[in-house]
Design a protein around this ligand. Structure first.
Ligand code: HEC
Ligand code: HEC
Ligand code: HEC
Ligand code: HEC
Ligand code: HEC
Ligand code: HEC
Length: 432
């Protein structure tokens, strides 16, 4: 009695498995598409109600002006060095705000009660004056207004706010995709179950009839011979080959990677983010890595440098309290070192950044987009040498090179004068 139903069970399981595998892959691809594009349909949807009919061009101009001039000290929804700017147009009319941004100390000096009170509240810290036009200042506040709504959505449970909404909108779009996938899976399951039930019903009907012809009998007796499939030499051949190829590929990768630490991304003792500091707040790399243009090594900043800002900013954050604790204990923050050449090699930062004029990102990748730093380049000898072979040396305006370049050009017509032409691939340049 139970046998026909049991027989369909493997088919059902297989169908379900395939459905899940298919949708899982689709969801992974969708997620990738979302993160690649960055801006998703949801992003425009999310921002639209917040703009309140404001002029989009003015808002984007205001956004750029805000990031360039105000973001070191102001966030829209958070107190940073200065007050949170959300709702400032309700607190003060634009006719007050424009002269304030142009020259706040003049407004304070004029005895304006609001200004004096605010100035005292902020420990008499003076906001700098800005040579901006009325239109530019208006666009900054248009941006502030547009970001008020957007940021509320971006508020995360931890209370951390982000100025831009893409992150939150990405989450929104991902959630939407998830719901769609769940609905799809449910529909597919219902479909599979219905088909199985219909199949069984038809078989039961056939079985109940007496006048079966040969084809009907064949259908009734039909069953999948799994053991035959398993024993098939073709299948075994394919599976065996794929397995061997994967093993070989992995093996080669492992051997090539011995001693390599590319991609190394340790967890740091404080959740310090380059994306936030060097990216969003555009703090210059050398503000913290003070010696990178002057000496061999780029230093890691001491806690004092953090305190230039964090004696004021986010003082209640548990992550910032870790800085205070390190200072109280008179111990440095125990940052985990990421880049580390073996002692046998000599690498000098100032030679590359100051003299060579290379950008940090050439070797360290998009640091300003990393929440947690990872080792971007391989740091192998081949990596150093390749760049020395390919990179032309900037010899212009340096009399020291003139004779050398002339000699080089007379021997190698047309070939650029590269770092290696200058001896940059000689062993002793990099090995003590
Ligand atoms: C170097 C830090 C700094 C920068 C840069 C800065 N501000 Fe300020 N801002 C302050 C401080 C501090 C206050 C509080 C008042 C005071 O102490 O003078 C303030 C107050 C304000 C206020 C009054 C807020 C309120 O709640 O009434 C507005 C508006 C404002 N700033 C706008 C701007 C704009 C727009 C820019 C960029 C063009 C800007 N600020 C750049 C530090 C800064
Ligand atoms: C506000 C201070 C600050 C700024 C600005 C800053 N950094 Fe850093 N950087 C740090 C701190 C602190 C660490 C150690 C913790 C870590 O690895 O995140 C670090 C680590 C690094 C490391 C890894 C060092 C290692 O252990 O091998 C690199 C590379 C780096 N920074 C490059 C940059 C570049 C490039 C910029 C500019 C785009 C930049 N930093 C801007 C503070 C800063
Ligand atoms: C030039 C100013 C400046 C310096 C220097 C600086 N920061 Fe910051 N830091 C900021 C600003 C601005 C924020 C963002 C505050 C916000 O989101 O409201 C921030 C945020 C942070 C946060 C996130 C806090 C939270 O809970 O959201 C951490 C952690 C942090 N900084 C660590 C450090 C460390 C460690 C150093 C020293 C290596 C450092 N910062 C140096 C300006 C600075
Ligand atoms: C030509 C490639 C190159 C460029 C350009 C470069 N770095 Fe590096 N950086 C390295 C290498 C290689 C190391 C590992 C050095 C070691 O272990 O001795 C390193 C290490 C570091 C470290 C860890 C501390 C140290 O000195 O070992 C920091 C921080 C750092 N770099 C920051 C920067 C910053 C900021 C810039 C841009 C101003 C920059 N680097 C430009 C190749 C580069
Ligand atoms: C992205 C390209 C690039 C990479 C990667 C790079 N270098 Fe260089 N290197 C340069 C350039 C450009 C110069 C020439 C600077 C100048 O004198 O104008 C240079 C110069 C040098 C010099 C001085 C050469 C001389 O003739 O005096 C040494 C030593 C050196 N690099 C070591 C290294 C080491 C070690 C590494 C790997 C850890 C490395 N470099 C990786 C671009 C690179
Ligand atoms: C542009 C810089 C540069 C030049 C020129 C250079 N090397 Fe290297 N070499 C390196 C770096 C960086 C490493 C460390 C790489 C690593 O850890 O993977 C290294 C590693 C080595 C090692 C050790 C390998 C190991 O696995 O421990 C040897 C041996 C070596 N180099 C020999 C030479 C010889 C011989 C020459 C001259 C023909 C030379 N190097 C020229 C940068 C250089």
């Amino acid at each position: 009695m139970s046998s026909p139903r049991l027989r369909v069970l493997p088919h059902l399981l297989l169908a379900l498995f395939l459905t899940f595998a298919g949708t899982y892959q689709a969801s992974a691809q969708d997620a990738q598409a979302v993160s690649k594009e960055g801006v998703t349909p949801g992003a425009t949807d999310g921002a639209a109600p917040a703009t309140g009919g404001g002029d989009a061009a003015a808002i984007s101009a205001g956004d750029a002006l805000f990031k360039g001039n105000c973001a070191q000290c102001h966030a829209v929804n958070d107190k940073v060095v200065g007050p949170a700017l959300a709702g400032v147009e309700k607190r003060r009319p634009i006719s007050w705000l424009i002269p304030w941004v142009k020259n706040s100390s003049k407004v304070v000096a004029s005895g304006d009660a609001y200004a004096v009170k605010l100035f005292n509240e902020y420990q008499k810290q003076q906001m700098p004056s800005f040579a901006l036009t009325d239109k530019e200042i208006t666009s900054i506040f248009a941006y502030v207004k547009s970001a008020e709504g957007g940021t509320k959505q971006a508020e995360t449970p931890g209370g951390v706010t982000t100025e831009n909404s893409p992150k939150a909108d990405e989450g929104g779009a991902a959630k939407y995709v998830d719901i769609l996938l769940i609905v799809l899976v449910v529909v597919l399951i219902v479909l599979v179950v219905t088909l199985v039930i219909i199949g069984n019903l038809m078989r039961d009907v056939l079985r109940g009839r007496k006048d079966l012809n040969g084809r009907d009998v064949e259908v009734l007796e039909q069953r999948t011979d799994w053991s035959k499939i398993y024993r098939s030499p073709v299948l075994r051949g394919i599976v065996g080959t794929v397995f061997a190829l994967v093993l070989l590929y992995e093996g080669v990768q492992q051997v090539m990677a011995v001693g390599l630490t590319q991609g190394y991304q340790p967890t740091q003792p404080i959740a310090f983010s380059h994306k936030l500091h060097a990216g969003e707040h555009q703090i210059n790399c050398a503000y913290c890595h003070t010696s990178v243009y002057k000496s061999k090594s780029a230093n890691i900043p001491s806690a004092n440098i953090c305190m230039n800002c964090h004696s004021q900013i986010k003082t209640e954050s548990p992550e910032i309290k870790k800085i205070y604790r390190a200072i109280e204990r008179k111990q440095p923050v125990q940052w985990v070192r990421i880049h580390n050449l073996p002692d046998l090699a000599y690498f000098n930062h100032s030679q590359h950044t100051q003299v060579g004029g290379l950008e940090c990102q050439t070797c360290h990748g998009p640091i300003e987009k990393m929440d947690v730093v990872y080792q971007y380049s391989a740091l192998t000898m081949g990596w150093c040498i390749n760049c020395h072979r390919e990179t032309p040396l900037n010899t212009k305006g340096n009399g020291y090179y003139d004779a050398l370049v002339k000699l080089h050009d007379s021997k190698n017509a047309g070939a650029p004068f590269t770092v290696s032409s200058n001896g940059g691939t000689e062993c002793s340049k990099c090995h003590y």
